[in-house]
Write a protein that binds this ligand. Structure first.
Ligand code: GRF
Length: 204
């Protein structure tokens, strides 16, 4: 089934770019209906414009760390008007609340730069490095009411190298992120998966 996506971000938009590239190369049967950023200067908006994708800044004030109230209602309305069926969080630095989740049940996805459940929260690549992990990675998961806690769709691991800095490790993880999000969306588009408790069973 062809997916109608909305991508929400706050920053560079490299994950959005990887999804655009997968669509344009025919590897993913989807269309990005709209890109929304909570920061007017976010590069993700420029990238969307370059690809002729509708993009907009959503003023989420007075909240600094969550999407709630007027902005949440406005967003849900816009996504429904455009027939969006999957909401893709790609570097969106806000907590999404139950109203958005119940408007798109089991259809809000997030990417987190760690092998969850290890290292939820911010700068998780740095947390993994400081902890002394030998392996780090990325997780794409369904979003639930918790933080970085929903059922896992795809994970990819990378080694932590002896001379890694937070930046070099993050860059290695990002290379895998750019494969993981298109892969997760292909699974959703295939419809061949079941959520059973915490397990996302793929291919059935
Ligand atoms: C990525 O590292 C993602 O895992 C995290 O935020 C970053 C977003 O990067 N949630 P980009 O804006 O997609 O380049």
């Amino acid at each position: 089934m062809k997916l109608s996506l909305a991508v929400l971000g706050s920053g560079a938009g490299s994950n959005m770019q990887s999804i655009v590239d997968a669509i344009e190369s025919g590897e993913l049967d989807a269309e990005i209906k709209i890109v929304v950023a909570d920061n007017p200067g976010a590069k993700i908006l420029e990238r969307a414009e370059r690809h002729g994708i509708e993009s907009m800044y959503l003023d989420c004030s007075p909240w600094k760390t969550k999407l709630e109230g007027r902005a949440e209602d406005e967003l849900i309305g816009m996504l429904k008007e455009r027939g969006v069926d999957v909401v893709v969080l790609a570097g969106f630095m806000r907590i999404v609340k139950p109203k958005l989740l119940s408007a798109f049940p089991n259809r809000v996805l997030n990417i987190h730069p760690a092998l969850l459940p290890a290292f939820p929260g911010i700068e998780s690549w740095k947390q993994a490095l400081d902890y002394g992990c030998k392996v780090a990675g990325v997780t794409v998961h369904f979003v639930d009411a918790g933080t970085d806690s929903g059922p896992i769709i795809v994970q990819k691991a990378v080694p932590v190298l002896e001379d890694d800095t937070p930046q070099s490790l993050h860059a290695r993880i990002q290379t895998e992120e750019h494969k993981a999000y298109p892969e997760a969306l292909r699974i959703i588009a295939s419809g061949a998966f079941k959520i059973e408790g915490r397990r996302v069973r793929i291919g059935i």
